[in-house]
Write a protein that binds this ligand. Structure first.
Ligand code: NAD
Length: 445
C-alpha cells in the first residue's frame, strides 16, 4: 500500500488528503500551523466545505488519516508527497513561491528513500523543473532519488469534496516512469471510473492550470462587460447568455454576469500568467483586459448603487445591507471577494453598511480588520436589512431563497434590491416588494 504525504492542509491539501484516506491509503497531512493541526486531530475542520468534516472524522476513526506539524514525519513516512501550500500573489503580481520552497527544503533535508514529489499547488511554468534540479543537487552522493511531477488541482471551493471524488480530469505532468506509475496507483479509483487523464510534460501541466483559470476569468469578464452594455441598450444579459450557451462551441457555463470575479485563484492566477508572459517577452493582452474589466466591474457596481440611492452625490445618511461576504456560496473563503471592495466603495461614499453572510463573517472579522468597527455584523439577512435603504446581494447563498420578503421589506426604510447575482431575476415575490436592480438588464419582469 502506498503511504501518502500531503504538505499544506488548506482547501486543497486537506480535501485531497481526506479523500485519499477514504480510498484506504494511509495519509499523513502536515502543516506549519500547529493550531490547525491540533483542531484537525480533534476532528474539527478549520474550513467550511460540504462533506469535509465527515470525511475527516471517518479517516481519523479508521486510523489512516494522521495530522502532524512535523516535516520530518511526513517526509519519512511517505512514498509520495503532495505539495499543497499557498502560492499567493506578490505586490508585482508574480507568484510568491516562498511556501513552496520552504516545503522543498524540508523534503531535501529529511528525505530517507526514493520519493515521488507532486505539486498540487498552482505554480508558474518551470517551477517543477527547478524543484527537481534543486532536489537532484541535494541528493547527489546519496542513494536516493526524487521524482518530481506536476498534478494541478481543479477542484472548486464549495464543491471540493465531490470534485475530488469525481474530478473533471486528472492532469499529470511527469517525466519519469516512477512518477507516472505512482500517480496511477494513487488515482487508481479515478482510472477505474473512466475519469479523463492527460499525461504530459511538467511545463504543459503547469500551464494547463493557468490557462484554465485565465480562460474562465476571460469568460466572466466578457459577459460582465456585455452586461454593462445590456443595461444601456435595453437587452437582458441572462437571455443573451442562454442564447449564446445554446451553441455548444460556447457552452452555457461561466456566463453568469455578476459583480466581478474574486476568490483565492482567479485574481492571483491571471496576474501570475501575465507576469510569466512578460518575463518571456509575450504580453498576454487578452488576460490583461480581463483583469482590467474585472476592476471596472466592481467599480461600476458601486457607482450603480450610488447613482440610485445618493443624496447630493453621496451616500451619507443611507444604510446598505450587504448579503454575502464570501466570493461564492458554500465556502467560508473571503479571499479577494468582490464584497470587500463593494463595502469599501459604499463606506467611502458615506453609507452605513450592515452585513450578513452564512459562513464568511468569522473570516471577515479576522482578516478584514480595517472594516472592524466600520461595519455592523448581523445574525441573519432579516436583521441585516432592518432600517436599511437597500439590500445588496453579493453571494448567491441558497438560504436566501427562503427569506420572508414581506417581513424584510416591511422592516426596511427603503425598498431597493441590488441583486449582483441575478438570483431573483423574474421572481414575482421579490418584485412585489422591492425596486429590483439586476446586473445586465434594466428590469426583469
Ligand atoms: P490555503 O491557503 O488554504 O492553504 C495553504 C496551507 O499551507 C495553509 O494551511 C498553510 O498553513 C500551509 N503551509 C504554509 N507553509 C507551509 C509549510 N512550509 N509546510 C506545510 N504547510 C505550510 O491554500 P489553498 O487554497 O489550499 O491553495 C493551495 C494551492 O492550491 C495554491 O497554489 C492554489 O492556487 C491552488 N489551488 C487552490 C484551489 C482552491 O480552490 N483553493 C483550487 C485549485 C488550486
Amino acid at each position: 500500500m502506498v503511504n501518502v504525504g500531503v504538505m499544506g492542509t488548506g482547501y486543497v491539501g486537506l480535501v485531497h488528503g481526506a479523500v485519499l484516506s477514504s480510498y484506504g491509503f494511509r495519509v499523513t497531512c502536515m502543516d506549519v500551523d500547529k493550531q490547525k493541526i491540533e483542531r484537525l486531530n480533534q476532528g474539527i475542520s478549520p474550513i467550511y466545505e460540504p462533506g469535509l468534516e465527515e470525511l475527516l472524522q471517518s479517516g481519523l476513526r479508521a486510523g489512516n488519516l494522521v495530522f502532524t506539524a512535523s516535516a520530518q514525519q511526513v517526509v519519512q513516512t511517505s512514498d509520495v508527497l503532495f505539495i499543497a501550500v499557498g502560492t499567493p500573489a506578490k505586490e508585482d503580481g508574480s507568484a510568491d513561491l516562498s511556501y513552496v520552497w520552504d516545503v522543498v527544503q524540508q523534503i531535501g533535508k529529511h528525505i530517507n528513500g526514493h520519493k515521488v514529489i507532486v505539486s498540487k499547488s498552482t505554480m508558474p511554468v518551470g517551477t517543477s523543473r527547478s524543484i527537481a534540479m534543486y532536489l537532484d543537487g541535494m541528493l547527489r552522493g546519496t542513494p536516493y532519488r526524487a521524482h518530481v511531477a506536476s498534478n494541478p488541482e481543479f477542484l472548486r471551493q464549495g464543491k471540493a469534496v465531490s470534485d475530488s471524488l469525481s474530478p473533471s480530469r486528472v492532469v499529470i505532468g511527469a517525466e519519469s516512469d516512477e512518477a507516472v506509475q505512482m500517480l496511477k496507483k494513487v488515482y487508481a479509483t479515478h482510472l477505474e471510473q473512466d475519469v479523463p487523464f492527460l499525461f504530459t510534460n511538467r511545463e504543459t501541466a503547469e500551464m494547463i492550470k493557468y490557462a484554465s483559470n485565465s480562460f474562465l476569468a476571460v469568460k466572466i469578464s466578457f459577459i460582465n462587460e456585455l452586461a454593462l452594455l445590456s443595461e444601456k441598450v435595453g437587452a437582458k444579459i441572462q437571455d443573451i447568455a442562454t442564447g449564446m450557451g445554446m451553441d455548444d462551441r460556447i457552452s452555457p457555463h461561466f456566463l453568469q454576469a455578476g459583480p466581478g470575479y474574486g476568490g483565492s485563484c482567479f485574481p492571483k492566477d491571471t496576474q501570475a500568467i501575465v507576469d510569466v508572459g512578460r518575463k518571456n517577452g509575450e504580453e498576454l493582452y487578452v488576460v490583461r483586459a480581463a483583469i482590467a474589466a474585472n476592476e471596472k466591474q466592481k467599480a461600476k457596481m458601486v457607482s450603480k448603487i450610488e447613482e440610485t440611492l445618493s443624496f447630493d452625490g453621496t451616500l451619507k445618511g443611507r444604510t446598505v445591507a450587504v448579503w454575502g461576504l464570501t466570493f461564492k456560496p458554500d465556502t467560508d473563503d473571503i479571499r479577494y471577494s468582490p464584497s470587500y471592495e463593494i463595502i469599501q466603495g459604499l463606506l467611502g461614499r458615506g453609507a452605513a453598511v450592515k452585513v450578513y453572510c452564512p459562513q464568511g463573517m468569522k473570516q471577515a472579522k479576522l482578516y478584514w480588520t480595517d472594516l472592524n468597527g466600520r461595519i455592523q455584523y448581523c445574525g441573519s439577512e432579516a436583521e441585516c436589512s432592518q432600517q436599511a435603504d437597500a439590500i445588496v446581494l453579493m453571494t448567491e447563498w441558497e438560504q436566501f431563497r427562503a427569506a420572508n420578503w414581506e417581513k424584510i421589506a416591511r422592516g426596511m426604510r427603503g425598498n431597493a434590491f441590488f441583486d449582483m447575482r441575478n438570483m431573483f431575476a423574474g421572481d414575482a415575490s421579490v418584485l412585489q416588494w422591492f425596486k429590483y436592480y439586476p446586473v445586465g438588464a434594466s428590469e426583469y419582469g
